[in-house]
Design a protein around this ligand. Structure first.
Ligand SMILES: NC(=O)c1ccc[n+]([C@@H]2O[C@H](COP(=O)([O-])OP(=O)(O)OC[C@H]3O[C@@H](n4cnc5c(N)ncnc54)[C@H](OP(=O)(O)O)[C@@H]3O)[C@@H](O)[C@H]2O)c1
Length: 248
């Protein structure tokens, strides 16, 4: 199936690592140029940009702290003219430290909600005017936002907010822009490995219908589908990509 992404331009936050880096690569394989946005991991961003260029597509890297509205605005201003107009925005930046709910401080709570929810709002608000008509936004939430988790409670609350923001944005930007969300389960990235380390050894076999954690590419494929014209009648949706961890 042709996803219809040839000749498009995408911006991927969280593009320096894990799911975001894989999404950048896959978008390029489908024919898109990609702006890889990163926070601190410039080597990861360069690596993701190189993987885009290896497909023959153009790539740029762009530093931003999504928690800081001014940083997001400044990063967009610094992009070259040919990378200032987009068809696709992927909101993938996130952070998920493991702390029991009873030990979370007020500052930790605010920081995690800042990265995972306010950050998505900052980028969505700044980039939506730069999206071409018919464009698409995909937010990366989490199954944690659907089930709640006792050891990542601010993260889960923020991701629940992101699922809801997806619906509000879909309503606000229709019919010009489609806005959707994926809700991944545990995925084998640096973040996922850290979370998995705190789980019982047989967790995947016992809790997931598919009895294993996801590879980043399996999440990226769903993100890229929702971002593509192949999903032209899908908006306001949350796609569960959790291997059967949570059924609704
Ligand atoms: N892995 C999982 O099991 C899993 C499950 C469900 C949902 N998710 C979601 O999937 C997304 C990607 O996660 P991942 O597993 O690929 O994690 P990851 O490998 O740790 O990557 C996280 C990305 O977020 C960026 N980031 C963090 N704080 C930022 C900030 N303040 N400003 C800008 N960028 C920031 C990081 O940038 P730098 O590295 O450049 O600093 C990095 O590119 C996240 O939204 C996460 O919540 C992951």
């Amino acid at each position: 199936m042709d996803l219809g992404l040839a000749g498009k331009t995408a911006l991927v936050t969280g593009g320096s690592s894990g799911i975001g880096a894989e999404t950048a690569r896959l978008l390029a394989e489908e024919g898109s140029d990609v702006v890889v946005a990163y926070h601190q991991n410039i080597a990861g961003a360069e690596h993701a940009a190189d993987s885009v260029r290896q497909t023959g597509r153009r790539a740029w890297i762009c530093q931003m702290d999504v928690t800081d509205d001014a940083s997001v605005q400044q990063a967009l201003t610094k992009l070259p003219q040919e990378a200032k107009q987009f068809d696709v925005l992927i909101l993938c930046a996130g952070e998920a430290p493991v702390t029991p709910l009873t030990e979370v401080t007020s500052d930790q709570w605010k920081r995690i909600v800042d990265v995972n929810l306010h950050g998505a709002f900052h980028v969505l608000s700044a980039v939506q005017p730069l999206l071409n008509d018919g464009g698409a936004i995909v937010a990366v939430a989490s199954v944690a936002g659907q089930t709640g988790v006792p050891h990542q409670s601010p993260y889960a609350a923020a991701k629940a907010g992101l699922i809801n923001l997806t619906k509000s944005a879909a309503r606000a930007l229709a019919p010009r822009i489609r806005v959707n969300c994926v809700a991944p389960g545990m995925t084998l990235t640096p973040m996922g490995q850290e979370t998995a380390a705190g789980l019982p050894p047989n967790y995947a076999q016992e809790k997931l219908l598919l009895q294993r954690f996801a590879e980043p590419r399996e999440i990226a494929q769903c993100i890229v589908f929702l971002a593509s014209p192949a999903a032209s009648f899908v908006t306001g949706a949350t796609l569960d990509v959790n291997g059967g961890r949570y059924l609704r």
